[in-house]
Design a protein around this ligand. Sequence first.
Ligand SMILES: [Ca+2]
Ligand SMILES: [Ca+2]
Ligand SMILES: [Ca+2]
Ligand SMILES: [Ca+2]
Length: 412
Amino acid sequence: MGNERRVCGQVRRRHRCACSLGEVYSKRYLVLIADPKFIRSGADVAPQGGGGLSPPHPLQVKKLRRKSSTGLMLLLLLVAAFPIVVSVTAADRHDGSFVLVGPPPWVGGGGDDDTTYPWQDDDPETPWGIERVFNGQYYGDQYTTSVQVAILDTGVDLDHPDLAANIVWAVDATGGRSADDKNGHGTHCAGTIGAVRDNAGVVGMYANVEIYAIKVLGNGGRGDWADLVNGIYLACQGPDGVEGTADDADVISMSLGGSSAPQEVHDAIIHAYNLGIVIVAAAGNEGDGDASTDEISYPAAYPEVIAVGATDKDDTIASFSNSGPYIEVAAPGVNIYSTYKGGGYDTLSGTSMACPHVAGLVALIIAVHGKMPVGTFDDTGQETVRGYLHSTALDLGPSGWDPAYGYGLVQA
Ligand SMILES: [Ca+2]
Ligand SMILES: [Ca+2]
Ligand SMILES: [Ca+2]
Ligand SMILES: [Ca+2]
């Protein structure tokens, strides 16, 4: 664990490196890249670090600069430890929009460590989080049953060599013309769910999954609730445009959220749930490191939705992971390596990264056991998908269900 941390207490002023800020700062300083509308200069931000950082404390945004070549805003923050990630607190999500549940992508990732864990295997294509869920006995490439997972996100890199073979439908629910991912977040989630087994790059939870890439978020990682609602109904219909046929999505994966949502979102969720679609969402990254305080994010907090918290390599809940009565299960979400835009790969942290582990696992459960009822939050038997997840989870933290880990770390 200690090897995961890189400490850097130094502070360098921006003017010393007027060009290529991201490159210069990526290894040493936190650079938050965000939608300018989403960030206010001087706004309080809460650090959401991975890797066993000390309890969060408020940071102040020190500078707000526009990087003219890309139009992105770069915020330089004083940090005492690395890796560390920030996002704007829920209070700043003030209007009718929702955002990625996850730290904004940052360059370079959080490093690796040389600790040997009992669940590790020697397959270089299997990222640690997937190994952890499989306990080192990966079998996500042993089934070929047709299972469709709709990824409602920034789109997916449609010609990514580790994904293209599994993408069977791509649609832009935001009114644009393409679901090709210009952000990277949706592509990252897609790789965890279902990157192909080809002895290159990464392999997903269910390597033969059928991916529906449904773009509901703009390239900056922000979206309108109405587009999410559109995306949910599109997933219910599948590519033939008709509900109740074989190509309807089996699973909906949503690594996004907001502190409040209009009724139409819940209506769409209930509609999908009543069709038998398993709905999985990131729990949210507004966690304060205290399991006794609740942080709420929608759609995760709806009772029809499986809310997923994020754990690290030591099975410890990430300090940024929301806690509350709606937390259902936990999955790996710190320093997750997966596919990225432009045919690339990157390491990201967030409950956004935990959610697709569960969505992919649900697809695999359906592939192995056939369709089951979705079930409820309270199910403990294996006749429903949710009961199956609950009863097979590795109980962590306080004994039994608890508001940080839910029923525990999901296990394949
Ligand atoms: Ca691969
Ligand atoms: Ca259909
Ligand atoms: Ca809390
Ligand atoms: Ca527990």
